[in-house]
Design a binder for this molecule. Structure first.
Ligand SMILES: Cc1cc2nc3c(=O)[nH]c(=O)nc-3n(C[C@H](O)[C@H](O)[C@H](O)COP(=O)(O)OP(=O)(O)OC[C@H]3O[C@@H](n4cnc5c(N)ncnc54)[C@H](O)[C@@H]3O)c2cc1C
Length: 290
């Protein structure tokens, strides 16, 4: 057991199942759950000093196999959504599909495209997640981020935004996000959400981390992987989805090593056939001693 015994305003637990939406990978010995902002501020100090890891919804993160001894801070318990007129303040651990539904109920439009992304509000901001030509950065007014024990407010214009990237990564713990939205009717918002849901119907239903790689030169990595003839390739319990080659899915008992093996095959085959370097979109937490 690692030596983390307590951090004020945090709950510390051992996790028995991998938190990753891939549903494969190791067991985490010590997970630190800040219970509110003060806990996140405390955890941000330890995170930086000790080189710990940080997860949100873990829908873009692969956890290595075996026992993970590096303590991991999880924002899962930072919960709450506040209606602020035309805006919505969302605590980092809230999941985007739920937030989009709450926004719809309040008659607040602007996040319909994001309603199918299974990440947390904090992770979504940090990754600048997006789809259907829409990025979360477009609707962020500011984020509150715990850095070295203090909570700072960063307005969107102060943040470096990129494709599936932001300058927030590795900086601290995003504790809350203010979304700037616009008034509309709940019915209309739900109709638009249904359209985007239908457009996702082709996506694999099996556990995954979404797209493994970023688009390359504006073209989906899945296109190159399919053209390289890798659709449906399996390794242990992982498979390059026969439905959507951009996703690696868990077809039963898939390990992190299975996932990484397919990822490496895809990278090297696409490089060889098209001279294209695929860049990972997913993050990997390795098993290392803190
Ligand atoms: C079925 C499926 C469909 C998907 N579709 C899309 C899509 O359409 N578009 C898209 O962009 N992505 C998609 N994804 C990927 C994923 O949902 C997004 O990248 C999401 O933004 C990740 O959020 P998370 O909270 O799960 O992040 P995690 O996987 O938990 O973390 C990702 C990174 O963010 C950091 N991080 C997380 N939370 C915080 C925080 N509070 N403060 C600071 N750093 C933090 C972590 O340290 C890590 O580096 C999909 C995934 C799945 C499984």
């Amino acid at each position: 057991m690692s030596e983390v015994v307590s951090i004020e305003n945090c709950r510390i637990m051992r996790q028995v199942n991998s938190p990753s939406t891939y549903r494969g990978g190791g067991v985490i010995e010590t997970v630190i759950y800040p219970l509110h902002i003060a806990g996140a501020a405390r955890a941000s100090v330890a995170l930086k000093q000790n080189g710990w890891e940080l997860i949100g919804g873990c829908s873009n993160t692969l956890i290595a196999d075996g026992l993970i001894t590096t303590p991991i801070v999880s924002t899962k318990r930072l919960k709450g959504v506040l209606n602020c007129g035309n805006n919505l303040y969302v605590y980092a651990g809230e999941k985007l599909p739920k937030v989009c539904l709450i926004a719809a109920e309040y008659g607040l439009s602007g996040m319909e495209e994001l309603s199918g992304i299974p990440g947390s509000a904090g992770g979504g901001a940090v990754m600048n997640c997006g789809c259907f030509n829409h990025e979360i950065a477009q609707i962020i007014e500011y984020v509150d981020i715990a850095i070295d024990g203090k909570v700072e407010r960063l307005y969107s214009s102060e943040i470096d935004w990129g494709y599936r990237h932001s300058g927030l990564i590795g900086r601290g713990i995003v504790v809350g996000v203010m979304f700037k939205l616009a008034r509309s009717s709940t019915d209309q918002i739900k109709k638009v959400m249904a359209v985007y849901k239908a457009r996702r119907a082709h996506q694999p239903k099996r556990p995954s981390l979404g797209s493994t790689f970023k688009r390359a030169d504006g073209i989906s990595a899945g296109y190159y992987i399919e053209q390289a003839g890798l659709k449906g390739m399996t390794c242990g319990g992982a498979q390059i989805s026969p439905q959507h080659a951009g996703f690696i899915i868990n077809v039963g008992g898939g390990s992190a090593v299975d996932y990484l093996s397919l990822m490496n095959v895809a990278k090297s085959e696409v490089k060889e056939k098209f001279n294209i370097e695929l860049e990972e979109e997913i993050k990997v937490i390795d098993n290392r001693q803190a």
